[in-house]
Design a protein around this ligand. Structure first.
Ligand code: NAD
Length: 249
């Protein structure tokens, strides 16, 4: 499938476990990919490893509006427009409602919530000017259900991504910009295994996933590729779950 031939795509948090897999999948389907992440991450290495040609690297802290302005200006000048953005960058915090610290709360909300709003604010108009396209916001099952009763800041921000997605979808519905949220369950990235493998939380992830296993990064990349493509042409404001049945209970 080459659903992304001639498509210009931006992926934030691109060097992370899921971001790299999403970037690879979209490039395999023909996209030119602007891989964006914090300064100091392995952007050049990732871009060089992608199939196809014409990829870009962008140092972009998604919580910084000036960096969004610079990133979209560069995409417009180098590519002449943008067709799809995947707002994927995020950070976590495991603290509970009682234990979370205000400073950490503010950091999580700045990246996971404000970063997605800024991403939509700055790329939506560019996508519209480019003839229409799609925004895929990577949320989480933890944006919709209570999870393990911890990670309060992450839940707050991911819940906001879910409703901001629907709000922005209505704003652009008749103007050719589709906006959907993708809610992964627990996905077996190298980063997640490094942090949690063998822990109580890892056992909890497995025990609470009806399919009895964690998801694979490729299963998330496939869902993102669908939502960003014309195959999802009548979908906007939707929340899509790729969670092994977690939220079906
Ligand atoms: N892995 C899972 O099980 C899982 C489950 C549900 C949802 N998600 C979501 O999927 C997305 C990707 O997660 P992942 O597992 O690949 O995480 P990850 O930690 O491997 O990657 C996150 C990436 O975001 C980048 N990042 C952090 N702060 C940033 C900032 N301020 N600006 C720009 N980039 C920044 C990091 O450098 C990193 O490359 C996230 O939105 C996450 O919440 C992941």
């Amino acid at each position: 499938m080459m659903r992304y031939a001639d498509r210009r795509v931006l992926v934030t948090g691109a060097t992370g476990g899921l971001g790299a897999e999403i970037s690879r999948r979209l490039a395999e389907e023909g996209a030119r990919v602007a891989v964006a992440d914090l300064a100091g991450t392995s952007l050049a290495e990732l871009a060089a490893s992608l199939p196809g040609a014409g990829h870009l690297t962008l140092e972009l802290d998604v919580s910084d509006e000036d960096q969004w302005r610079a990133a979209t200006a560069r995409l417009e000048s180098e590519w002449g427009g943008l067709d799809v953005v995947v707002n994927n960058a995020a950070i976590g915090s495991i603290a509970t409602v009682e234990d979370e610290e205000l400073e950490k709360w503010d950091q999580v909300v700045a990246v996971d919530q404000t970063g997605v709003w800024l991403g939509m604010k700055h790329t939506g108009p560019l996508i519209e000017r480019s003839g229409g396209g799609a925004i895929v916001n990577v949320a989480s099952i933890l944006g919709s259900v209570g999870g393990f009763g911890n990670s309060i800041a992450y839940h707050a921000a991911k819940g906001a991504v879910r409703t901001m997605t629907k709000n922005a979808a209505l704003h652009w519905a008749s103007r050719g910009v589709r906006v959907n949220s993708l809610h992964p369950g627990f996905i077996e990235t190298a980063q997640l295994l490094e942090r949690f493998e063998g822990s109580e939380r890892h056992r909890g992830m497995l025990a609470n996933t009806p399919m009895g296993r964690l998801g694979k990064p490729a299963e998330i990349a496939g869902a993102v590729a669908f939502l960003g493509s014309d195959d999802a042409g009548f979908m906007t404001g939707a929340e899509v779950y790729a969670d092994g049945g977690w939220t079906a209970r």
